[in-house]
Design a protein around this ligand. Structure first.
Ligand code: UD1
Length: 364
C-alpha cells in the first residue's frame, strides 16, 4: 500500500451500520476528526443511508448475520463474508486508507479481517455491557477495543481494552436547556418522554397509550416517540400528548424531561446519563443475547433507573409506577444525580484521541 503524501489528510474508513445505536457514536467521533478524510462503510437499505452526514461518502456491501445452526444458509453467509472481506480489502487499498474505526455488528467482521490483513490499525467501539458476538470473536485482532461500559472488559480477556464511555452527538455536548421550539410545552409542567430506541417499540407504545390518560389527568405532558412502524400512533388524542415517529433534538428533549420511559439500548442510556434524566427502563426482550437487560442492570445497580422486564410489566403497573415517581420529586432528583454519575462527557474526544494515536503512530 502506498504511504500518504506528506501533508495530505489521513484517511479513515468508518464501518458502522444498522441502528442509531451503532451510527450516532461513530458520527460523534467523526465530528472530532475534521482534519481526517473520512469515508463510511455500511449495508444497503439500512439506517446509514439516512443518518450518515453527506460529507462522508457512503460505500455499501451486502453483509448478514451468522445463524446459530450449521446448514446451507450458514454456508451462504460464510461465502458472503469471504466475498465481503475481499470487497473491503479492495476498498481499503483503492482508497489508500490508514485505519478503520468500527462500532461492531455484522459490518465489523469483514472490516476487521480486511484491515488487519493489510496491516492497518482497527479501533472497535463496543457500547454494550455484554459485548456482541462479533466483538467477542474479532476483538483479539483489533488494535484496540474502546468500551462504553467498563465491566464489558470481563468478556474480552484477549483484547486491548480501553474504557472511554460511548460518544454522543454534538447536540448533547452543547449548553444545557436547548429549547424545544417545535413543541409548545409550558416550562412548569412535568414532561414524560417515551422512546423505544431508534426504531420505536410497539409493545411499549401500546402499554404507554393505555397508561397515558392517568398521567395526563395528573397534569403531566407526554412526548411519545413511536417509531414509524406502529399502526396505532393516532389512537390517542389529547392536547398535551405529542406522538411523533422520530425526533431530532433528543438532547433538548431529555434535558427537559422529568422522566423518560425507554428501551435500554446503549445509546439511549448514555444520553440519559449525559442529561441526568431519571428513567424507567424496559429492555427489549428480543435483543441479541438479551444484551439490553445487561445494560439496564448497570443503571439499576447504580439506582439511576427503575428497570422492568417487559414480560412482568402491565399497563396498570406502569401507570402506577410513573404516578408514584411524579409524586416523589426527591426520588427523581436522587435518580438524576445517580444517572449523571454514570456519564463520560468527553467520550467522543477520548475515542478520537485513541484513533489519532493508533493511526498516526502507524504512519509516522
Ligand atoms: C434493538 C436493538 O438491538 N438495539 C440495539 C441498537 O440500538 P438502537 O438504535 O435500537 O438503540 P440505542 O438506544 O442504542 O440508540 C437509539 C438512538 O436513537 C436516537 N433517537 C431515538 C428516537 C428518536 O426519535 N430520535 C433519536 O434520535 C436516540 O437518541 C439514540 O441515540 O444498538 C445499540 C448499540 O449496539 C444496542 O445497545 C441496542 O440494544
Amino acid at each position: 500500500m502506498n504511504s500518504p503524501a506528506a501533508n495530505s489528510p489521513l484517511r479513515l474508513l468508518i464501518a458502522a451500520s444498522g441502528t442509531g445505536g451503532h451510527l450516532f457514536p461513530a458520527i460523534a467521533v467523526a465530528e472530532q476528526l475534521p482534519d481526517y478524510k473520512i469515508e463510511w462503510l455500511g449495508v444497503p437499505n439500512r439506517l446509514e443511508t439516512q443518518l450518515v452526514p453527506a460529507q462522508y461518502p457512503l460505500r455499501t456491501i451486502p453483509v448478514e448475520g451468522f445463524q446459530q445452526r450449521l446448514g446451507l444458509g450458514t454456508l451462504k453467509i460464510l461465502f458472503r463474508l469471504i466475498r465481503s472481506i475481499g470487497q473491503v480489502r479492495h476498498l481499503l487499498k483503492q482508497g489508500n486508507f490508514q485505519g478503520v474505526l468500527t462500532t461492531g455488528g455484522y459490518i465489523a467482521g469483514p472490516s476487521i479481517i480486511a484491515a488487519r490483513s493489510l496491516g492497518l490499525p482497527v479501533i472497535l467501539h463496543e457500547s454494550n455491557a455484554l459485548p456482541g458476538k462479533v466483538t467477542r470473536w474479532f476483538s483479539p485482532w483489533c488494535t484496540a477495543v474502546a468500551l462504553g461500559f467498563e465491566s464489558a472488559a470481563q468478556y474480552l480477556p484477549k483484547a486491548h481494552n480501553v474504557y472511554v464511555g460511548t460518544p454522543v452527538r454534538s447536540q448533547f455536548r452543547a449548553a444545557a436547556n436547548q429549547p424545544l421550539e417545535d413543541l409548545p410545552i409550558p416550562a412548569d409542567v412535568p414532561l414524560i418522554v417515551v422512546v423505544g430506541g431508534s426504531q420505536g417499540a410497539v409493545a411499549v407504545n401500546r402499554m404507554v397509550r393505555q397508561s397515558a390518560p392517568a398521567w395526563l389527568a395528573a397534569g403531566a405532558w407526554i412526548v411519545h416517540l413511536t417509531g414509524d412502524s406502529d399502526p396505532e400512533t393516532q389512537s390517542l388524542q389529547h392536547p398535551h400528548y405529542f406522538a411523533l415517529p422520530f425526533y431530532d433534538n433528543m438532547a433538548g428533549l431529555f434535558q427537559r424531561a422529568t422522566l423518560a420511559i425507554s428501551r435500554a439500548g446503549a445509546g439511549s442510556l448514555t444520553e440519559l446519563a449525559i442529561t441526568g434524566t431519571p428513567s424507567i427502563l424496559i429492555p427489549y426482550p428480543f435483543a441479541a443475547e438479551d444484551h439490553q437487560a445487561h445494560n439496564a442492570a448497570i443503571f439499576a445497580a447504580a439506582r439511576a433507573a427503575q428497570v422492568y422486564r417487559q414480560a412482568d410489566l402491565t399497563s396498570e403497573l406502569l401507570e402506577a409506577k410513573v404516578l408514584e415517581l411524579l409524586r416523589s420529586p426527591n426520588l427523581l432528583q436522587e435518580m438524576a444525580t445517580k444517572t449523571e454519575s454514570l456519564a463520560v462527557a468527553d467520550s467522543a474526544e477520548q475515542l478520537a484521541a485513541l484513533v489519532r494515536q493508533l493511526v498516526e503512530q502507524k504512519h509516522q
